[in-house]
Ligand binder design. Structure first.
Ligand SMILES: C[S@@+](CC[C@H](N)C(=O)[O-])C[C@H]1O[C@@H](n2cnc3c(N)ncnc32)[C@H](O)[C@@H]1O
Length: 244
């Protein structure tokens, strides 16, 4: 029953206390009970994922790292290109979500895709340097998000691409070519999401722009399930690691 599945997810998002002595334990505590119902609810909540993954280049023999990749559902957006890739890693700290990912890869026969329990701030692919690194709604849940971006830059080949889609808040004085948000929007979303350990930032996009050559930036808003009046800001960023 979709409604009951939604209520279960909302219970975990709004009411169930998140426990754990470290970040990995807290992620598993938050996601453990909702892993089975995760994909359906997040399809409505987390917008911009499909088109980000579709837009990114998929060179023959490429290594793709999806940081904080959870259930691996975004890998479905690579569609027919998956067989051309050498290796796809879905990296996450929540074993419950990664179990869903492993099952998906087995069912699809994607033997080149692997679910890995690891931290996005330190993960290094054993197959070699990455051609593409993606973060889909994971940077806002990584406390040291700046270290995760720096790690992505470290493991990317020169000319490789980073793709990010996530919630954010606008700066009071936004950078050139960026949208200006009103006071309510700049103020509301950080306390709203903090109960779920999601921290929309005003600094992700400027930091990404500082480290990579921007090839795509799109700032949008999306309605949330069961919250008809409010629209959450989210962005897509694609950047390229500068050639050495
Ligand atoms: C909102 S979920 C997004 C999952 C997936 N990328 C998607 O689009 O559905 C955020 C994910 O980031 C993971 N995460 C948080 N901190 C992490 C870290 N330091 N290293 C790896 N994964 C992390 C969480 O466990 C969770 O699966």
């Amino acid at each position: 029953m979709p409604f009951l599945a939604d209520m279960k997810v909302l219970y975990h998002m709004l009411l169930k206390p998140v426990r754990g002595d470290d970040h990995a334990q807290r992620m598993e505590s938050f996601y453990g009970g909702q892993a089975g119902a995760y994909d359906d609810f997040r399809r409505r909540l987390l917008k911009g994922r499909e088109s980000l993954y579709q837009q990114l280049p998929k060179p023959e023999g490429a290594v793709w790292v999806d940081m904080g990749g959870g259930t691996g559902s975004n890998i479905e957006n690579l569609a027919d290109s998956i067989d051309r890739l050498k290796k796809v890693y879905v990296v996450d700290l929540s074993e419950s979500l990664l179990n869903v990912a492993s099952k998906r890869f087995e069912e699809k026969g994607w033997s080149n895709a692997k679910a890995v329990v690891a931290d996005a701030t330190t993960f290094t692919p054993e197959a070699g340097l990455a051609d593409v690194v993606t973060f889909s709604y994971s940077l806002t849940m990584i406390p040291d998000w700046f270290a995760a971006i720096e790690n992505a830059k470290r493991i990317l080949k020169p000319g490789g691409h980073i793709g990010v889609v996530d919630f954010y808040v606008g700066r009071k004085y936004p950078q050139e070519e960026m949208k200006k948000h009103g006071w309510l929007s700049r103020t509301l979303w950080q306390p709203w999401f903090a109960t779920d350990n999601v921290f929309p930032s005003k600094d992700h996009i400027p930091f990404l722009r500082h480290h990579f050559s921007q090839t795509h930036l799109d700032e949008q808003r999306n309605r949330m399930p069961y919250v008809p009046l409010l629209k959450t800001p989210y962005y897509q960023f694609i950047g390229q690691k500068k050639e050495a």
